[in-house]
Structures are given as structure tokens and as C-alpha cells.
Write a protein that binds this ligand. Structure first.
Ligand code: NAD
Ligand code: ISE
Length: 335
């Protein structure tokens, strides 16, 4: 079976996923795209034989030849398009965040349960990264004993003027909020935000870097450095300290150059380079699971859990205190 996909949002990652669905992967083709920027949507179809640009997202979602939907528009539009896909009974892959607040995520969780089977997958691609998968394997089989402390770094070389201090949580660290929950297999209980000395490279309104502190229900302590004007590259770090060992994410490079008295290893420059392989595996597994009629990837409950934690971090930053992370009980539907 070939899955006919409609894509909403033809910006950076939308075009990236369209390329992957149309070339790199098997079992899918893009038949329709839409964007509020109609010129952009049209220009994308020029390189996509058999695909058309549709004026409105609702029309794309309900089109008879669209089997499944990919949402890669801006975060505040996700809730509407995911709910419309559920109403149409179509599987939907939604880039992070699932929605911008925990309440909005719950509306999606409720609608999906009312539908009766899983339709939503969220784009937490780090779960498909070979490095994070290998770390999780070590932690799960008890290779370092019980995890006690986790240190993370999420560094981007630079961000646009429009990037805000809250986005360090909702747009950037949202990846760690999901990955760490998956890696440690437990939820968070509390959250705190520390502002570090500001880099002179940050816009005047932006706190950068920031240190996010989390505690899990069992008491594991986590620090996440988010530094989005680090200048030198796109650098992702994660180290889990256990009772009798440490497991650390390696850099995803396979060559090092020794030359002129030096030893150099390249550092990736953006999320496309760093997680390219993870995006391919993630999207192939989604296509295969849509064809099989049984979704298995990160769920709308995972999107909700990340949003609850993000909300707690924002509250902690606003009120300069430790905030509780209060999750609802997970329905059996998402067990
Ligand atoms: P972008 O601005 O490059 O593209 C977004 C596109 O959506 C634009 O073309 C815009 O015109 C379109 N759009 C906005 N509102 C729309 C609407 N109501 N209907 C239809 N189209 C609409 O942004 P981007 O960098 O591609 O990010 C898109 C989403 O993907 C965001 O949610 C972002 O957080 C996520 N993202 C995830 C990763 C990752 O590492 N997983 C990386 C980048 C972006
Ligand atoms: C972007 O939207 C992503 O998801 C990237 O993975 C992240 O590193 C970056 O900070 C975000 O803006």
C-alpha cells in the first residue's frame, strides 16, 4: 500500500519532510500541500509531480485522496489541524509542539480517545536517534545501575530576533522534556529555571543561556543548559550518571582529521544535520505504521506530558520559584 500524504506548512521542516516522503523513504507519496503563503506552497509542488497545492488546510484534511496528514505549520496552528484530522478519522503526524498549552493537548487527547484508536503521532525525533536509542538500551538493561543525575546541553548557534526567553522551553528544550521522560521511563515532579550570565550575542529581550532544573518522581535530578546563541554549532549533550557508571551521548561523526599537529572533529551546524538519520527513521516508521493501521510512535499523551512540564517551567521562571509538575493520570488508552 502507498500512503497518500497531505502536508500543511511548507516552510523549513515541511519541505524537509516532503523531500524525505517523496524520495528517501518508501511506501508514501505527497499528493497535496497547503500553506498560508500560497506562493510558497505552489513553488513546492513544482518539484513534486502528481502533487497539488490546496488553498485551505481544512480542504486538504478532508480531501478523498489524502490518507494521512503531516502538520508542519507554526505551533499555535497545530491544535486546530490535529483536531480536524481526528474529526476526519485520518492519521496525523504533528511536528512539536503538539499544541502550545497542556489544556490544548488534553483536548486532543480527549478527541483521540473519543475516536477510539490512536491517530496522532508527534515529531519527537530524538527517540529515533541511534545515540539516544543506545543510551536508553544501557539504562533500561541496568548497565549503569539506577540513574541518579542527568546533565544535558541544547545549544543552537543563533536564533532570530523573534525568539523569546519562553521559547527556550517551549520550542527548544521541549525535545529534552520528551526524551528524558522516555529515557528514564518516568514523569517529572518539579521544575525550576535559573538565568545565567547573559551572552552579549543575545538580543536585549532574551535570557540566554538558561539552566532548567527538573526532578523526576523517583528523585533523579536533571539540569538542562539551553544556550541558543552559542555561535560555534548545533551541539546536543546528554549524560546520565548512575549508581555504578555513566552513559554519555557521543557526537554523531564518523571521521576525525589529524593534520598539521591537530585532531579535528566536525560539529554539526543545525538540527537537519544532527538529526537527519533520526528524522528518516521516524518518518519511515510512521508511514509503515499508518499502512499497518497501528500507530506506535510518540503519542498525544507524550505531547501532553511535555506541555505540562513546559507550563511548569514557564510558571517557575515567571514566579522565580520551584513549580510542581502536576500530570493527570495516564488513561489505559495510552498504556
Ligand atoms: P517555518 O516558519 O519555516 O515554516 C512554517 C510554515 O507554516 C510557513 O511556511 C508558514 O507560512 C506556514 N503556516 C503558518 N501558519 C499556517 C497556517 N495557519 N496554515 C498553513 N500554513 C501555515 O517553520 P519551521 O521551522 O518549519 O517549523 C514548523 C514547525 O516544525 C514548528 O512547530 C517547529 O517547532 C517544528 N520544528 C521541529 C523541528 C525538530 O527538530 N523536530 C525542527 C524545526 C521545526
Ligand atoms: C527547532 O524548532 C527545533 O526543533 C530544533 O530541534 C531545536 O534545536 C531548535 O532550538 C528549535 O528552534
Amino acid at each position: 500500500m502507498t500512503v497518500n500524504v497531505g502536508v500543511i506548512g511548507t516552510g523549513n521542516i515541511g519541505q524537509d519532510h516532503i523531500r524525505r516522503l517523496s524520495g528517501t523513504l518508501s511506501g508514501a507519496r505527497v499528493v497535496a500541500v497547503t500553506d498560508i503563503d500560497a506562493v510558497r506552497a505552489e513553488s513546492v509542488t513544482a518539484a513534486l509531480p502528481g502533487a497539488r497545492a490546496v488553498p485551505r488546510a481544512q480542504e486538504l484534511i478532508t480531501a478523498a485522496d489524502v490518507d494521512a496528514v503531516v502538520v508542519t505549520s507554526w505551533g499555535p496552528t497545530h491544535e486546530e489541524y490535529v483536531l480536524a484530522s481526528i474529526a476526519a478519522g485520518k492519521p496525523v503526524f504533528c511536528e512539536k509542539p503538539l499544541a502550545t498549552t497542556a489544556d490544548a493537548c488534553l483536548r486532543i487527547v480527549d478527541a483521540e480517545q473519543a475516536h477510539g484508536s490512536r491517530l496522532v503521532q508527534i515529531g519527537f525525533m530524538r527517540r529515533y536517534d541511534p545515540g539516544y536509542r543506545a543510551m536508553r538500551e544501557v539504562v533500561t538493561r541496568g548497565g549503569i545501575g539506577a540513574p541518579l543525575v542527568v546533565h544535558c546541553a541544547h545549544r543552537n548557534p543563533s536564533v532570530p530576533e523573534s525568539y523569546t526567553s519562553d521559547m527556550a522551553v517551549t520550542d527548544t528544550a521541549i525535545h529534552e522534556l520528551d526524551t528524558l521522560r522516555w529515557l528514564l521511563d518516568e514523569d517529572f515532579s518539579s521544575a525550576q529555571v535559573l538565568k545565567a550570565k547573559r551572552t552579549t550575542r543575545a538580543a536585549a529581550h532574551l535570557a540566554d543561556p538558561q539552566i532548567l532544573l527538573l526532578e523526576t518522581v523517583s528523585g533523579v535530578r536533571i539540569d538542562i543548559e539551553v544556550f541558543v546563541n552559542c555561535a560555534y554549532g548545533y551541539d546536543i549533550g546528554c549524560e546520565v550518571v548512575g549508581e555504578f557508571g555513566v552513559v554519555r551521548l557521543s557526537d554523531p561523526v564518523d571521521v576525525a582529521v589529524r593534520r598539521a599537529g591537530g585532531h579535528t572533529v566536525a560539529i554539526t551546524q543545525d538540527w537537519r544535520d544532527r538529526f537527519g538519520r533520526a528524522f528518516d527513521v521516524e518518518m519511515q516508521e510512521w508511514v509503515d505504521s499508518v499502512a499497518a493501521g497501528h500507530l506506535t510512535g510518540p503519542s498525544s499523551w507524550d505531547g501532553y506530558a511535555a506541555a505540562v512540564t513546559a507550563d511548569a517551567l514557564l510558571e517557575a521562571a515567571r514566579e522565580n520559584r520551584v513549580a510542581a509538575v502536576s500530570m493527570k493520570d495516564r488513561p489505559d488508552f495510552y498504556a
